[in-house]
Design a binder for this molecule. Structure first.
Ligand code: FES
Length: 177
């Protein structure tokens, strides 16, 4: 009952509508990588589930459901957040960007630097780190190595590729991108 109340409150606040009870499967529209996407969600559906299993955006990874790994990091209104611990209904009306928005024919400077600095091993943490580095450097474009290390402390790499990840971030700062 408490969860339903929370969902009801979130939707009402975000849509500017009268209070609305959500139960079962409901269609909502999410703005993801600049596109409006109609998706079907239950109150319990996470943003990560929608990205991976409805939209085939599989960059964000289901490593930890408690946000402790950072592997599912996406940008929500330019803030890095764990898609695994966000309810999809809480994202209605927000701008979501996934790691896929940083790729393509002309990749963003951050994933390009990860490639240049061999900043991955198994690659499972990499999309989350790429998004986290992009978000951090957008706010701190002249960050020092120490600041970058502190700024990325919400992301974990089990392969221990930290040294190369930090070098990639430093290269982006030096390149002014
Ligand atoms: S490269 Fe394997 S967990 Fe980071």
């Amino acid at each position: 009952m408490a969860a339903a109340t929370a969902v009801q409150t979130q939707l009402a606040a975000q849509q500017g509508t009268a209070s609305k009870v959500i139960s079962g499967v409901t269609k909502v529209t999410l703005t993801i990588n600049g596109k409006e996407q109609a998706v079907s969600v239950e109150p319990r559906t996470t943003l990560l589930d929608v990205l991976r299993y409805q939209l085939d955006l599989t960059g964000a990874k289901p490593v930890s459901m408690d946000s402790s790994s950072g592997a599912s990091t996406v940008l929500v209104d330019d803030q890095p957040m764990s898609a695994s611990s966000l309810l999809a209904v809480a994202c209605v009306g927000k701008k979501i960007r996934t790691v896929e928005s940083l790729g393509g024919d002309k990749p963003d400077a951050v994933p390009a630097a990860f490639v240049a600095h061999d900043a991955q091993q198994c690659g499972f943490c990499t999309p989350g780190f790429v998004v986290a580095v992009r978000a951090f450097l957008d706010k701190h474009p002249r960050a020092t190595e120490e600041e970058i290390r502190k700024g990325l402390n919400g992301n974990i790499c089990r392969c221990g590729t930290y040294a190369n990840i930090i070098q990639a971030a430093i290269a982006v700062v030096k390149g002014g991108k």
